[in-house]
Design a protein around this ligand. Sequence first.
Ligand code: PLP
Length: 398
Amino acid sequence: MELAERLNRLGTETAFAVSAAAAAHAAEGNKVYPFHLGDMNLPTPASIVEEMNRAVSEGFTGYCPGSGIPELRAALAADIGAKRGMSYTPDEVSIQPGGKPVIGKFLRAVMNAGDEVLYPNPGYPIYESQIEFQGGVAVPYGFVADGEGGLSLDMEALKSSITPKTKVLIYNNYHNPTGAVSSESEMAAVAELALQNDLWVLADEAYYEVLFDEKATSIAAIPGMRERTVILYTFSKRFAMTGWRLGAAIGPKPVIDVINKLNTNAESCTTHFIQRALVKPILEEKLETAAIMRTLRERRDVAVAGLQGIEGVKITAPESTFYLFPDVSEVMARKGYEDVNRLMDEALADYDVSFCTRKHFGRPLPGETHQFIRLAYSGIDVPDIQAAIARLKEYFEK
Ligand code: PLP
């Protein structure tokens, strides 16, 4: 029996394959130091758990509207608007089982077969997968060194990739895997491109609240952008609740109406009692989220300081996300390695440290000269970070 031809174009999140390799290594009796997945080992705030238990015991266990419960749509419209200096109405919010489904549903709503879609690469791998699976043409744009030890968007590449067929731009400020944050001028330049070329924009703001010192800003708030931008919102990272599966799409009503119809076709509705559990925490913004950020900041600082002490590793502390994307080109050169995944394989097999590499975040672009690994510190405590980095030091400097 043959399967559908379009499956040849379906990608995946290969970080999950690294998880499987790490689990197999652990099953052989080894302790694994896990830096591979953007999952969290922090508990979901107790107030959210209490709200969910209450919702179940009060009987919110049946179907609810495909667009989401009105109370959560209203709470999110208010919260997302307030945090961006904008105003949204509840009918511009579509509740989703996580942030990830927004990517495929948004593309289904705005992209025709053959349309070109600009997407960040390295970037979250589901962009490339969903664009191609749904018959679009995935056009990558990368990053360049910003001269201050960080990365900025390759605006020249971005501009020169635009053709009359370009219809959509995916923009992930507070970026996975690099942790990069757009400057005000960079965000304005991206918005200008979208406006000049009449593009739809998916603003993936999964890490909007995972920001250490700066104040978050959204491309949707730039004049002219609201009408063409859908925001990907997720509760996963902000409230340490990756496995609950709760997120939302926020944008112009005509697109949100289509996404709601897709919800009804796909999952009917997002789990009723989970939606109900988040209404109060969103409205009240409990202090527990500050505790999550404190923990992440401590981990980031320990990990960055440790990595900076390894000869041949280049990294500066990113301002957002819980990812580090160190440049390991010199380590690779010293070892005479071509394939950065060899570093990943050996680190796990011989030093019990698991991480992803640049190769897990989209097909590498022609002409890339630097090599990167990606460490997520959302699922590993400080003592283990210290022990793991001591191991990496031994291995990388050997
Ligand atoms: N967008 C980016 C950039 C991400 O890194 C992730 C998760 O890692 C998502 C979207 C999806 O998040 P969720 O867990 O809410 O589906």
